[in-house]
Design a binder for this molecule. Structure first.
Ligand SMILES: *Cc1c(COP(=O)(O)O)cnc(C)c1O
Length: 365
């Protein structure tokens, strides 16, 4: 009954919710540092926009073009509005890309480790995923290794930048060099879910879309904008591909409330500046902590980090017993953990020192 590509997949496992996990563990509260959610929250302007949302629209289908949101995004990013494609989070975008470009016999090329959804959606489409390992010493995506793995079957290449879970980042000039060597019949997808957390003047690959007609750049409202619940993502799609991708997209994939929430979040740059400052401060503090205690970690440019411990599962279990969820089985030997609030981070650092049996020195308060 099942398609072959689906029958071979592992069964679905639910991530549950922090509330249900806390209840099962007999704890009052569980803090989720395993989803890279925004530790600051969401702009109060979003709440105001939702309160003003005309409830009389509830019975009508939403705007299929998300026009006010589209116009605002196109304006600030200085790109043609018609090259924008909106999706119910980037997870839907990834599925949409796979449904549009991949079929049985095709190869989907990606770094490893990277965001797991590329491989899952490629497999559902029937394609085979080819992994090009990241550079072990630095965690950086190995663009030369990706080039070396291109075959006549390669249809899509995923470049997660900054990369989840290594947190590492490649500047646009390196991506441009890479693009020059990729055959033009291969679509290169640059996933910029975390690009706003890169502390540099022009971190995005967006400007290269004018130069390379096989480059697609993805962004989301789930991380910097603190809107993961509303499921809004978008892509800047090459001109020649947008009409076809629009056909494959479900026509009413973004609810009116989600469109209104995303627009309000997009316009509140006071809030996003505050989020960035908090993330930059947390990142600096965590890097100092790791350096001081000689815990191996990659140079993250995101709101999460990947660090090495002897027994990640044991640490994951220990932190869970104390009310914190982290990723302990995404990369063998490593923990992926989101930054929390300053208070949560201080508490997790104490727990880490206890777990690792490190004596606390006076300069840790
Ligand atoms: C979180 C994340 C996404 C998915 O974000 P949604 O828009 O919430 O679906 C996509 N790519 C990467 C690398 C992510 O970490």
């Amino acid at each position: 009954m099942l398609r072959n590509s689906i029958a071979g997949l592992p069964d679905y496992v639910s991530d549950s919710t922090p509330e249900r996990i806390a209840k099962a563990a007999g704890l009052a509260k569980m803090t989720r540092l395993s989803f890279n959610e925004n530790p600051v929250g969401t702009s109060p302007k979003v709440q105001a926009a939702l309160e003003n949302w005309a409830f009389s629209q509830a019975r009508n289908y939403p705007d299929p073009d998300a026009l006010p949101l589209r116009t605002a995004v196109a304006k600030r990013l200085d790109i043609p509005a018609e090259q924008l494609l909106f999706s119910s989070g980037l997870d839907e975008m990834i599925a949409l890309i796979c449904r549009t470009f991949l079929e049985v016999g095709d190869e989907s090329l990606q770094p490893w480790p990277t965001y797991p959804e590329y491989q899952l959606q490629a497999a559902i489409a029937g394609a085979t995923t080819i992994n090009a390992p990241v550079i072990a010493a630095t965690g950086l995506i190995d663009l030369d290794a990706l080039l070396a793995h291109i075959t006549t079957k390669t249809k899509v290449i995923w470049v997660c930048n900054p990369n989840n879970p290594t947190g590492t980042y490649l500047p646009p000039d390196q991506i441009a060099q890479f693009m020059k060597q990729v055959p033009p019949n291969i679509l290169v997808v640059v996933d910029e879910a975390y690009i706003d957390f890169v502390n540099q003047p022009e971190p995005s690959t967006l400007s290269l879309t004018h130069q390379f007609p096989n480059l697609l750049v993805m962004r989301t409202f789930s991380k910097l904008y603190g809107l993961a619940n509303f499921r809004v993502g978008f892509s800047i799609v090459p001109k020649a591909l947008i009409p076809k991708m629009q056909n494959v997209r479900l026509p009413y994939n973004i609810s009116g409330m989600s469109q209104a929430a995303a627009l309000a979040a997009w316009e509140d740059q006071t809030f996003t500046r505050k989020v960035k400052q908090q993330i930059f401060a947390a990142r600096k503090q965590w890097h100092q902590f790791f350096d001081q205690h000689q815990i191996r970690h990659y140079a993250t440019q995101t709101n999460f980090m990947l660090y090495q411990v002897n027994d990640p599962q044991a640490l994951g279990t220990f932190l869970k017993q104390h009310g914190y969820l982290v990723r302990d089985s995404m990369v063998p030997g490593w923990i992926r953990q989101s930054f929390g609030t300053p208070k949560q981070d201080a508490e997790v650092q104490q727990l880490l020192l206890t777990f690792l049996g490190i004596k606390q020195t006076s300069n840790i308060s």
